[in-house]
Design a protein around this ligand. Structure first.
Ligand code: GLC
Length: 567
């Protein structure tokens, strides 16, 4: 096989630093804690780590409000510990990806405070989107754009002389002012930022919120939305920012910077992975992974799909075909720090019904949850995602089968979505609850080095029963299933052959072959016969639960809500 860049089939483990391990005893995760648990990550058999933003930040959106792109958040460590972490990770064979947030910074970023101080018409204000308001005294926002996390997309500042002043645009929250990418200072700043971290050894970046970075330069009003539409849906129907094409000039420029860096440093192989939700539109996704833009983009349609073989065929097969034809590296995830954990999503009693599913279900749903079923399906989903060709991103705790914590008291909620929607949307805290490492409740189930501190987000009762310590002892734990699958995955990857999807899912099976191997997922509740074309000359490599397959009358049956790798 032709030598391929390391990232094309890589498995990357996502670390939400705040929730992974607390090494300095303040109740929140940090780089010290991560350092202490690097061996664990390496022991899973993954290729690298993606760190959610760990730059200095007031943490209004837990790091996605960056106040300095060239340093480490003091509560998490410093550059010295970061360098140490890089070195240790590399020794263990792990690559490190950072997270870059190009759309906006924190309102505490020096550029923003300087812009407010510098006044109207200044060069400093040009780096953002400052505009006069409408109405007699400019008391109304410059246009009708909505923010992703609720409310309007504009906030008004007070001018240095104390008078009510201009408005600035923020696609997310008022604490996250949008950069104006038509401004050369912004372009230069991020060029320097990318090189700064590459020079420290970082192997690439996950690139945040790429679909909103472009903006119509005149910022016209968005078309009216029907009454009763959720904030998120209203925001997503604004054609003057979502997928606005000017952003692609930036990504092309970044690719030149990165390609040049690689030419100057021939041993380096760098990667960028775009966060681009393009529901049902692989054609839009393709625009981000043209050869002169991102190396990868998450294929979120699989994550957005219900537990339904027909839907998997429509989403995974469709995405795969279009991305494969383009030569792009296909990149899958079932979890991340923004969506309800898969055990809970698939545990919803209506999770298999295409019609009952909405994107909203990912962060906010009242459907009842059967956790046992959710776990069984999540085990099968592990074989599904790790069986697909391409790269896979796993989210910390996914390997433990952690569920979404749904009953966080409102008083403990920290996600700005909760406050900005006045509680209408619960937000994403439930997938960010600190990891359980040990079964004892002292030290927050091993999360913290302190025995007296409270976790930044409370762990529910019984959390320790799902800990790493407990699962390492259980042969059939979720953790051991992930370890086994990761160990056996090269057998599928090494095939290097084109994938073929089999059937259309109407029988409840989502199946595909990869050369001599086959991956079969049964999303129905009952036993289903596996077609002979898939079983002939193949035996079981791995089952999602022991005994998932049985032989009856010369054929092989697969139990409901399970998966198998054959080869
Ligand atoms: C992305 C991040 C999310 C963050 C948002 C704003 O969607 O994944 O966590 O809140 O961008 O930066």
């Amino acid at each position: 096989m032709v030598n391929q860049p390391w990232w094309r089939n890589a498995v990357i483990y996502q670390v939400y630093v705040r929730s992974f391990a607390d090494g300095n005893g303040d109740g929140a995760g940090d780089l010290f804690g991560l350092l202490d648990h690097l061996e664990y990550i390496a022991s899973l058999g993954v290729d690298g780590i993606w760190l959610n933003p760990c730059y200095p930040s007031p943490q209004m959106d837990h790091g996605y409000d960056v106040s300095d792109y060239f340093d480490i958040e003091p509560a998490y460590g410093d550059l010295e510990i970061f360098d140490h972490l890089m070195m240790r990770a590399n020794k263990l064979g792990l690559r490190i990806l950072m997270d870059v947030v190009p759309n906006h910074c924190s309102d505490q970023h020096a550029w923003f405070t300087e812009a407010v101080a510098a006044g109207r018409g200044s060069r400093e204000r040009e780096r953002f989107w400052f505009r006069e308001g409408q109405g007699v005294d400019g008391e109304l926002p410059p246009n009708n754009w909505k923010a992703v996390f609720g409310g309007g997309a504009w906030s008004r500042i007070t001018e240095p002389d104390g008078s009510p002043g201009q408005w600035y645009l923020h696609t997310f929250t008022p604490w996250q002012p949008d950069f104006n990418w038509l401004n050369e200072d912004v372009v230069d700043y991020f060029d320097r930022m990318l090189r700064f971290w590459f020079d420290r050894g970082v192997d690439g970046f996950r690139v945040d919120a790429v679909t909103v970075v472009g903006k119509h330069p005149d910022l016209p009003n968005a078309p009216d939305t029907p009454a009763g539409m959720t904030e998120m849906a209203a925001w997503a129907s604004n054609p003057y920012t979502l997928f606005w094409p000017s952003a692609h000039d930036i990504w092309r420029h970044w690719r030149e910077v990165i390609d040049q860096y690689e030419r100057d440093n021939p041993i380096r192989e760098l990667v960028t992975v775009a966060e681009a939700y393009t529901p049902g539109r692989p054609d839009l996704l393709l625009k981000f992974v043209e050869p002169d833009q991102f190396h990868q983009s998450f294929t979120f349609d699989l994550l957005l799909s219900p537990w339904n073989a027909q839907s998997f065929h429509k989403t995974a097969a469709k995405s795969y075909r279009s991305l494969h034809a383009s030569g792009s590296s296909i990149t899958w995830a079932l979890n991340n720090h923004d969506v309800h954990r898969v055990v809970t999503r698939y545990g919803r009693t209506d999770a298999h019904l295409t019609s009952s599913w909405t994107g909203n279900n990912l962060v906010n749903s009242d459907a009842s949850v059967d956790l046992e079923m959710g776990h069984r399906r999540a085990r099968a989903a592990a074989l599904l995602i790790l069986g697909l060709p391409g790269a896979v991103y796993l989210y910390m705790g996914e390997e433990l089968g952690l569920p979404e914590v749904l009953d966080i008291p409102d008083s403990a909620r920290q996600d700005p979505i909760f406050a900005r929607t006045e509680g209408r949307e619960k937000g994403r805290d439930g997938c960010r609850v600190p990891m359980p490492w040990t079964s004892g409740s002292a030290n927050l189930n091993g999360f913290s080095t302190s025995t007296s501190v409270e976790a930044w987000m409370p762990q529910p009762a019984g959390w320790g029963e799902m800990s790493v310590e407990v699962q390492e002892q259980l042969g059939d734990s979720m953790l051991n299933l992930y370890r086994q699958a990761l160990q056996l995955r090269p057998r599928l990857v090494d095939e290097g052959k084109d994938i073929e999807f089999v059937g259309d899912g109407a029988d409840g099976l989502f199946s595909f072959t990869r050369g001599s191997c086959a991956v079969i997922v049964n999303t129905s509740a009952d036993f289903v016969e596996i077609p002979a074309t898939l079983t002939d000359n193949r035996s079981v490599i791995l089952e999602s639960v022991q005994g998932a397959t049985t032989n009856r009358d010369g054929s092989k049956l697969l139990a409901g809500n399970t998966a198998v790798w054959l080869g």
